[in-house]
Design a protein around this ligand. Structure first.
Ligand SMILES: [Zn+2]
Length: 64
């Protein structure tokens, strides 16, 4: 398994059991469908917020 970061709420999520959405050829993972829905509506907004709050931290999982 791999761990990814939910860019909407900031939780660590397991890539095997979490909903995900593709954006610009990357897979993003979420704790719940609510966060996924928020991301799908405004992916750029959430990615910018993530980058501001977590400089240098890539939200997508490290390849296994
Ligand atoms: Zn979440």
């Amino acid at each position: 398994m791999a761990v990814a970061h939910d860019v909407v709420c900031g939780m660590d999520v397991n890539t095997e059991s979490s909903p995900h959405a593709e954006h610009e050829a990357k897979d993003y993972y979420f704790c719940c469908d609510g966060c996924k829905g928020a991301f799908v509506k405004a992916p750029a907004y959430h990615l910018e917020n993530w980058a501001e709050e977590h400089p240098g931290v890539e939200p997508t999982p490290v390849a296994a």
